[in-house]
Ligand binder design. Structure first.
Ligand SMILES: NC(=O)c1ccc[n+]([C@@H]2O[C@H](COP(=O)([O-])OP(=O)(O)OC[C@H]3O[C@@H](n4cnc5c(N)ncnc54)[C@H](OP(=O)(O)O)[C@@H]3O)[C@@H](O)[C@H]2O)c1
Length: 354
């Protein structure tokens, strides 16, 4: 595990690195691969897409891109009012009726996840894309008396995926996209069932980083268990994105210091959604692709895979925090030794399935 103090040191360095690199690129002294000018719809096949936390931020931009490509997209969020507004805004911008509202989904409660899954299954039988996007970076205790951050970000998405898996597998080429983060590099070195049970306990330390590491381990485990049945799962670091996720910061600090800085060095939410959209729709990713991030990595060895996807060998958190946006690029995530069996068992136990 890499410690948080290293993160605190890396962040300002990463801001400086990003400002310098972006300036060099704008002076044409470096030429990274161009980001996609518009998101290609060619690979979008049929079936319903569900995007959690899609009333705002990266999730909204992902749902907008999918709806714009002709997908029926379920806006899955906890506030009906915000959800219906997102549906109206997406449909107005795309000139379609592709965004739909079905039922509230509050990931803070397993009961709400079960109700949502029942409502979806009753309405649609072909579900082929699930984007487990919603996330928080604040602490608390969930309705199920677990760590709120770990439950909202990971455990409830594990349950939602499990409940919808029969429909996703029946679609023949299902996709499950799990939103991770550069912070997965800072997760604890967990592998056993009891390690991961401890991550779910109320007020467990390192909850955000552990939830994002769990998203990567879960992605690999889904591929291992269901890859041969046609399922493909990809984890995504959307980059550092100027979204509502920073709402818990002091408003004055946000308005006068962080806001102007974020405007300069962070991605906007549409840039932040490019990797999620690619993970949900790119059909020819090679099997080694399990994690996408949005930045150019000038110091890593580069290869090009199917559909022109950019691939880098290895990565380092410093270069995954900020940089020049290239849409999406595949890198190797950090995963502790020991595989995903322990996480899977702990997750089943925590969400109450056999
Ligand atoms: N922004 C970044 O720099 C960044 C970096 C790395 C990873 N990520 C990850 O990217 C994903 C999207 O983040 P974002 O930046 O778009 O954040 P955001 O703008 O704050 O959006 C988060 C979404 O999650 C929803 N949500 C929160 N708690 C929920 C709950 N209990 N039940 C259902 N939905 C809930 C929010 O709904 P409300 O509007 O009702 O709160 C909102 O729709 C997250 O998983 C985040 O961890 C973000």
């Amino acid at each position: 595990m890499i410690s948080y103090s290293l993160f605190n040191l890396l962040m300002p360095l990463s801001v400086i690195y990003s400002l310098i690199l972006n300036s060099l690129v704008s002076l044409h002294l470096f030429s990274p691969p161009s980001p996609p000018s518009s998101q290609t719809c060619s690979a979008v096949s049929s079936g319903v897409a569900i995007v959690t936390g899609s009333n705002t931020g990266v999730g909204y931009a992902t749902a907008l891109a999918l709806a714009g490509c002709g997908r029926t997209v379920v806006i899955a969020c906890r506030s009906e009012e915000k959800g219906r507004k997102a549906v109206d805004d997406i449909n107005e911008e795309t000139g379609t009726k592709n965004a739909v509202w079905v039922e509230r989904l509050d990931l803070n409660s397993f009961l709400s996840v079960r109700r949502f899954a029942d409502a979806i299954k009753g309405k649609y039988d072909k579900i082929s894309i699930l984007v487990n996007n919603a996330g928080i970076n604040t602490s608390g205790i969930s309705a199920d008396k677990l760590d709120q951050c770990f439950q909202v970000n990971y455990l409830s998405h594990f349950l939602l995926t499990d409940l919808l898996l029969p429909e996703i597998l029946a679609s023949g080429s299902g996709r499950v996209v799990n939103l991770s983060s550069v912070m997965h590099h800072f997760g604890s070195d967990f592998s056993s069932r009891s390690d991961w049970i401890s991550a779910a306990l109320p007020s467990a330390p390192n909850a955000y980083a552990n939830s994002k590491l769990a998203a990567v381990v879960f992605t690999k485990e889904l591929n291992r268990r269901y890859g041969e049945k046609g399922l493909r799962s990809i984890a995504v670091n959307p980059g550092a994105v100027n979204s509502d996720i920073w709402r818990s910061f002091n408003p004055t600090l946000r308005k006068y210091i962080l806001g102007p800085l974020f405007d300069k060095v962070y991605l906007d939410t549409r840039q932040g959604a490019t990797a999620s959209f690619a993970a949900a729709t790119g059909l020819s990713f090679s099997p080694s692709v399990v994690y996408l991030q949005p930045y150019w990595l000038p110091f890593n060895k580069l290869g090009v895979g199917g559909e022109g996807e950019v691939m880098y060998k290895g990565t380092h958190p410093a270069f995954e925090m900020l940089g020049v946006h290239v849409g999406y690029a595949s890198v190797e995530p950090r995963v502790p030794e020991g595989g995903g069996e322990g996480l899977w068992e702990a997750s089943k136990e925590a969400v109450g399935i056999r």
